[in-house]
Design a protein around this ligand. Sequence first.
Ligand code: UD2
Ligand code: MN
Length: 532
Amino acid sequence: MRRKEKRLLQFAGLLIAALLFLPNVGLWSLYRDRVFENSPEIVEGPGGIPQIQGVNVRPQKDAQVGRDGMRRKDWHDYEAIRRDAARSGNGEQGKPFPLTDTDRVDQAYRENGFNIYVSDRISLNRSVADIRHPNCKQKLYGEKLPNTSIIIPFHNEGWSSLLRTVHSVLNRSPPELIAEVILVDDFSDKEHLKGSLEEYMVRLPKVRILRTKKREGLIRTRLLGAAAANGEVITFLDSHCEANINWLPPLLDRIADNRKSIVCPMIDVIDHDNFGYETQAGDAMRGAFDWEMYYKRIPIPSELTKDDSSEPFESPVMAGGLFAVDRKWFWELGGYDTGLEIWGGEQYEISFKVWMCGGRMEDIPCSRVGHIYRKYVPYKVPGGVSLARLRNTGSGMCMESKHFSSGSPVRLETCLKGRGEAGWSHGQVFTFGWREDIRVGGPMHTKKVCFDAISHNSPVTLYDCHGLKGNQLWRYRKDKSLYHPISNSCIDSNPTERKVFMNTCDPSVPSQQWVFEKTNTTILETFNRNSN
Ligand code: UD2
Ligand code: MN
């Protein structure tokens, strides 16, 4: 009896010792799965910047074997992190540039939709704050990851914003994972994007420049880059981004895990005024869309929130510009629809396809890339449906929707000069689209308020667009009148009172005649054909 007890005790002791000390079994291996050996002490420095204690501490770069037999390693470049943390100056650590009023010149925004003067005064190699979830600093990713081509389409991009995109990618990605960086010029006409860009890129051997033969729009421009790419994965970025610390391995790791994955980094905001770098409001959210196909970010539902919010989560649709995908899988999906013009909508197409074809789409919290959200769209949209102005023939004045808000009247105002292309926000730009209503704003940023009239003698007011025709259905007639079929009346105007109202149609009075300026007549013809 006693001997048996002793044996049992001895056995239990041995078991505990084995669990504690033998490599690759039990508790020890579980522990090693989570924390890699000899990891440096990363501490939070000023402004949340990671700093490594001690000099020349190199982490253990040897791979660790996980419970699933996968070899994983720490992909951080601690040397680069240390160099970045030591930088100081304008905009360094992603801090806002101290703007004075004279820095806020309109001209600085006009060409790019963001303050290029400020961008020019910030280093092309500036450091950004490491605002990742703390768990991201501990994560290991596959020792063998596929390499990627980085594809950056651009149309008349600013010099410093484009170059900073390229530098941030090269500075903050493991070189062996970057097959190439392909800059695809969508028929820009700015001088700095021609010879000077080519000369500059000679010093960066991984960078190639391709050019479209005519203005193609961002979708066909991306496709041109994708067709020329050699990497196992293709990663698309906008031409005004900044990649954050260790952004790439977390993306590639998910594709290595399942090649039918489209993965997106968290998109941070680079302020268009002062270039401060911060998270989007609410940070991690799912991508979705409303009934008007407007992209939205919505909170992650509780059934999907994981204990660890640094883990990937699925989204119905992506934001559009920043993602990585297995190159062959992208083509198996059919790439993008080549009929998509200039800007927009492509994210729905690719998102629906990936879900319908047995893939998955994920957002990866440990991968972060900053993006400059512009103040307004600076480029022209050839053949677009944007009506720069609706000018009255009689008075020469323009329709104006100053407050953009539902319930406010449309008024007659002096036509704004010279700002037609850039100023979608000024209230004299309208979109006459396939819904046969008249919307405030350019086609890329319509405000979702529409011309609305309730009777044959009421004022013309703005109301939330409902897309159901009725009071919001309009027709432009050959006699230059704006006809409202439901009330069988036309838009009239009174320049003295600046009023815009409905009246019995009389094509002979100039106060009822309107000209669409800077629009494409075929669009109007299509519009009228559809409404017959
Ligand atoms: C968002 C996306 C963008 C794209 C777009 C349309 C993010 C951060 N951005 O708008 O990637 O998906 O929605 O859905 O998700 N460009 C051309 N040719 C053109 C117009 C644009 O090459 O004719 C380039 C442009 O230089 C930029 C990219 O395409 O690199 C996207 O254009 P954007 O920055 O004007 O679009 P954005 O950020 O408003
Ligand atoms: Mn963009």
